[in-house]
Design a protein around this ligand. Structure first.
Ligand code: SF4
Length: 365
C-alpha cells in the first residue's frame, strides 16, 4: 500500500512525470486502486453564481473585466435560482455543486449573506456544496463552515515561478493564505491548476510540490487544460495534448494518492478514449453540464453515455468524509456492480462535521 508523502521534491516529481508512459500508467492505476474504487467517478456541477466584471488579471480568464471577451456579466444569482439549478444537477447524477463568483475576495455584507444562504439550501439537498469565491479570511471560512460548506476551491494555478507570468494582481502567498484559512475549519480543500498556459514541465512539477507538501494534502485537486478564450492574453496558446493531460493526471494521482483528482476544463477537446485513459490514470471526478463557468463542456447525456460505455458509476455524496461504517451502510443501499472493489478506505485525517454525519445517516435511512 502506497503511503502519502509530504516531502516530494520537484526532481522526484519530474522523474515520475517523465517515466515511460506504460510504466507511469501502471504505477498510477495501481495506487488509484489501493485508495479508490476505480469504477466510481464523482460528477460535479459548476455553477457561476456571479459572472464577469472581475477586477483581477488572471491571463486565462474571460471573466476579468479588463479583457474584451464575449462573456456577459451577471449580478449574483438568487437563492431560488441556485436551488433550481442544484436540483436539476442532482437529477442528472451530480453529487456536488460548486458555486463560483468572479470576485477578488469575499466582502462581508448582504451578498456574502446570500451566498451563505445558498450553501445552507444546497446542503439540505444532500449534496456536497463547494464554493470558489476568491480570497477569504479565517472568519469568513468559519462562517462558510457553519453554513455547512463541504469544500472550498482556491487553485494555485501553476508553480510559484510561473504564476507571476499569468497573474499580477495577487501573489502565490495570497493563495496559500486562503487555503490556510480554510484549513482552520472543517471545510475540505480543493486546489489544483491549469496546464497549457505556456509553462514548462518543471512548473507543473512545481505546482504538484506546492500541493503535495501541504499537510494534509488537498482532498480535491482539479487538473484543467487551458481553454484559450479570444480576448484573453492566453488566446493564442495551442491546445494541450491529451498525452500531457494523462501524464499530469497520473503524476497527481501518484503524489497525492488519497485525493480526488478532478478532470476539469478542456474535456470538450478530449476524445472518450483520452478521457478513459485519464480515469485509468487516476482521475475520479468530472464536471458535468454544458458550461464550466463560461467555457464549453460536454453535455450531461454525452457524459452518461460515456459512463455506461466504460462501466463507471457516479459517486454518491459525502463518501470521502464518511466514517467507514457509514460508508458501508450507504453502499449497501445500492446494487453492487460485480466484484467488490479491491481498495481500502483511507483513514481520514479530517473529522467529518457533525452536520454531515447526520446527513449521511439520513441517506442510510
Ligand atoms: S480566475 Fe477568478 S479571480 Fe481570476 S479573473 Fe477570473 S474570476 Fe477573477
Amino acid at each position: 500500500m502506497s503511503i502519502t508523502r509530504h516531502n516530494w521534491t520537484k526532481e522526484e516529481i519530474l522523474d515520475v512525470y517523465n517515466k515511460p508512459l506504460m510504466e507511469l500508467l501502471y504505477d498510477a492505476a495501481t495506487i488509484h486502486r489501493e485508495h479508490h474504487d476505480p469504477n466510481t467517478v464523482q460528477v460535479s456541477t459548476l455553477l457561476s453564481i456571479k459572472t464577469g466584471g472581475c477586477p483581477e488579471d488572471c491571463g486565462y480568464c474571460p471573466q476579468a473585466a479588463r479583457y474584451h471577451t464575449n462573456v456577459e456579466g451577471n449580478d449574483l444569482m438568487s437563492v431560488r435560482q441556485v436551488k433550481a439549478q442544484a436540483l436539476r444537477a442532482k437529477a442528472s447524477g451530480s453529487s456536488r455543486v460548486c458555486m463560483g463568483a468572479a470576485w477578488r475576495n469575499v466582502k462581508d455584507g448582504p451578498e456574502f449573506d446570500e451566498v451563505l444562504e445558498m450553501v445552507r439550501t444546497i446542503n439540505k439537498l444532500d449534496m456536497e456544496v463547494c464554493c470558489t469565491l476568491g480570497m477569504i479570511t479565517e472568519n469568513q471560512a468559519h462562517r462558510l463552515a457553519e453554513a455547512g460548506l463541504y469544500a472550498y476551491n482556491h487553485n494555485l494555478d501553476s508553480s510559484e515561478e510561473y504564476y507571476k507570468e499569468v497573474i499580477s494582481t495577487r501573489g502565490y502567498q495570497d493563495r496559500l493564505d486562503t487555503i490556510d484559512n480554510v484549513r482552520k475549519t472543517n471545510v475540505t480543500v480543493c486546489s489544483g491548476g491549469i496546464i497549457g498556459m505556456g509553462e514548462k514541465s518543471e512548473d507543473r512539477a512545481g505546482m504538484l510540490v506546492a500541493l503535495s507538501t501541504l499537510n494534509p494534502q488537498p482532498e480535491s485537486v482539479p487538473i484543467n487544460a487551458l481553454v484559450a478564450v479570444e480576448g484573453t492574453p492566453l488566446e493564442d496558446q495551442k491546445p494541450v495534448s491529451i498525452w500531457e493531460m494523462i501524464r499530469m493526471v497520473a503524476t497527481t494521482r501518484i503524489v497525492m494518492p488519497e485525493t480526488q483528482v478532478r478532470l476539469s476544463a478542456g474535456r470538450t477537446e478530449m476524445s472518450r478514449e483520452g478521457q478513459a485513459m485519464c480515469f485509468f490514470a487516476g482521475a475520479n471526478s468530472i464536471f458535468a453540464g454544458d458550461k464550466l463557468l463560461t467555457t464549453p463542456n460536454p453535455d450531461v447525456n454525452a457524459d452518461m453515455e460515456m459512463f455506461e460505455l466504460l462501466g463507471l458509476n457516479p459517486q454518491k455524496p459525502f463518501i470521502k468524509k464518511m466514517q467507514p461504517e457509514t460508508v458501508e451502510a450507504v453502499d449497501s443501499q445500492f446494487e453492487p456492480l460485480g466484484e467488490k472493489p479491491k481498495w481500502t478506505r483511507p483513514e481520514h485525517k479530517i473529522e467529518r462535521n457533525e452536520e454531515a454525519k447526520l446527513k449521511a445517516k439520513e441517506v442510510v435511512k
